[in-house]
Design a protein. Structure first.
Length: 195
């Protein structure tokens, strides 16, 4: 029975990521601290069952190899839920049990997840023009404060090296493919999906 459940889960993840990569021109994902989220006793089982890491892994390789889709990863410290999608004001605190976002400045009342999705869509639009605020773009990204000393707890990883390149050249996984790389060009409109 466990083997059947594992196969059903893997099949569902493959179908989801394949349809997302095939349907949309741009996919925006958040770089979440899943290891920290699993420490919450009430949410641990649900987060582990969701398979966030596997969804990101599959989306990354399917958007690069199979489809002409661009994937953008929002920085871990990007306040997508705390920022007002109407006026851009950032709240200091927004507990998880508050499911409706209410802006104190402009009076916008919207669902928390819808607000975060609009902010991530705006991030994708600005990343297309300026290249800021996206993971892997540390040179131009604005400085963001890291609450509770989390910058000391989280280790950043170095980008992977390309095989056959010199010692000083690194592969930027967020960079688009170069012309003539064998990646098919997209004839679709620049749709976007925010996850």
């Amino acid at each position: 029975m466990h083997h059947r459940v594992a196969n059903l889960r893997a099949d569902a993840l493959h179908k989801l990521t394949t349809s997302v990569a095939a349907e949309y021109g741009t996919v925006v994902i958040e770089d979440l601290n899943v290891a920290g989220m699993v420490k919450n006793r009430r949410l641990a089982r649900h987060i582990a069952d969701a398979g966030f890491g596997e969804i990101r892994r599959q989306l990354t390789y399917k958007t690069r190899q199979c489809h002409a889709t661009r994937i953008i990863a929002a920085d871990r410290w990007f306040p997508s839920s705390k920022t007002c999608s109407g006026c851009g004001v950032v709240k200091a605190k927004l507990p998880l049990h508050v499911r409706t976002y209410e802006c104190d400045v402009c009076g916008l009342v919207i669902g928390r997840d819808t607000n975060a999705a609009r902010n991530l869509a705006a991030l994708a639009a600005t990343a297309c023009t300026t290249g800021t605020g996206v993971a892997g773009d540390q040179d131009t990204a604005p400085a963001v404060s890291k609450p509770r000393g989390a910058d000391r707890k989280t280790r950043t990883t170095r980008p992977r090296r390309k095989k056959g390149d010199g010692a000083g050249r690194w592969c930027n996984p967020a960079a688009p493919a170069a012309e003539g790389s064998g990646r098919p060009s997209s004839s679709r409109a620049p749709d976007a999906l925010v996850m």
